[in-house]
Design a protein around this ligand. Structure first.
Ligand code: PGA
Length: 253
């Protein structure tokens, strides 16, 4: 049984001052919040990871990176290696987020290579998959999920595959305020689980998170979906009160 995981993806929203203010919010000290029910992780912008590492003793969250290089080390200007992320105390790396696919042209093939690299470290990869609005409307989403999953997971040894956390993030729900319904998520989870079974031939299911316009008002609904064991939260994770309400809503269900 996986421990539920709630991840706050801060994207490029917060500057250093706002990030420090979020972490220093007394809300996190009021006993409102306990890691005993699950894991909570923040993915700050990469330049702040050094700051997280320096202050790790007083940060009440796990943390990780929003991306990593597909190269191990060398002459790759501007890239961030997985080994450096490990050294900076990261626990997670987000891979294949739709914004990386859309704005930075990341391909399934590159994401698969990054996944292999991350799996060669102690870091836990969170692999994002999801269809766009047109694909949903044309009921092509099972095909899209299959393509993204197969290209990432095919050929991985069982032991490695088990460590992959899958985030189902329909692209049309990200940052739009139009979150997926319980039925839509349930349907996608079923699709992912049957693909997984087909791919691995194993009974053991992967950990699946839902992401896309998660808010305090809808977080609890996702907790009730069988097969969903956590959330990936974007915009709402940058405000401490909102993020705390999401955590409480999810864990109290
Ligand atoms: P959102 O983003 O919660 O702002 O929709 C989710 C994500 O991009 O991971």
């Amino acid at each position: 049984m996986n421990v539920p995981l709630i991840v706050g993806n801060w994207k490029m929203y917060l500057d250093k001052e706002k990030c420090e203010a979020f972490l220093a919010d007394p809300l996190w000290k009021e006993g409102n919040f306990s890691l005993s029910k699950g894991q909570i992780a923040i993915l700050p912008p990469a330049p702040l990871l050094g700051w997280f590492f320096a202050h790790r003793e007083r940060i009440p969250f796990l943390y990780g990176a929003q991306n990593c290089s597909l190269y191990l080390s060398g002459a790759y200007t501007g890239e961030i290696s997985v080994s450096l992320l490990e050294q900076l105390g990261c626990r997670f790396v987000l891979l294949g987020h739709s914004e990386r696919r859309k704005y930075f042209g990341e391909t399934d093939e590159q994401i698969a290579r990054k996944l292999q690299l991350v799996l060669s470290t102690s870091l836990t990869p969170i692999l994002c998959i999801g269809e766009n609005w047109e694909e949903r409307n044309n009921r092509k989403y099972p095909e899209i999920l299959k393509k993204q999953l197969v290209s990432a997971l095919d050929g991985l040894p069982d032991q490695s595959r088990k460590r992959v956390v899958i985030a189902y993030e329909p692209v049309w729900a990200i940052g739009t305020g139009r979150n997926a319904t319980v039925e839509e998520v349930w349907d996608a989870v079923e699709t992912i689980l049957s693909l997984w079974k087909h791919l691995t031939g194993k009974q053991e299911s992967p950990q699946i998170l839902y992401g896309g316009s998660v808010e305090p008002e809808n977080a609890g609904d996702y907790a009730g979906i069988q097969g969903i064991q956590g959330l990936l939260v974007g915009g709402a994770s940058t405000q401490s009160r909102k993020f705390l309400s999401i955590i409480q809503a999810f864990f109290h269900k």
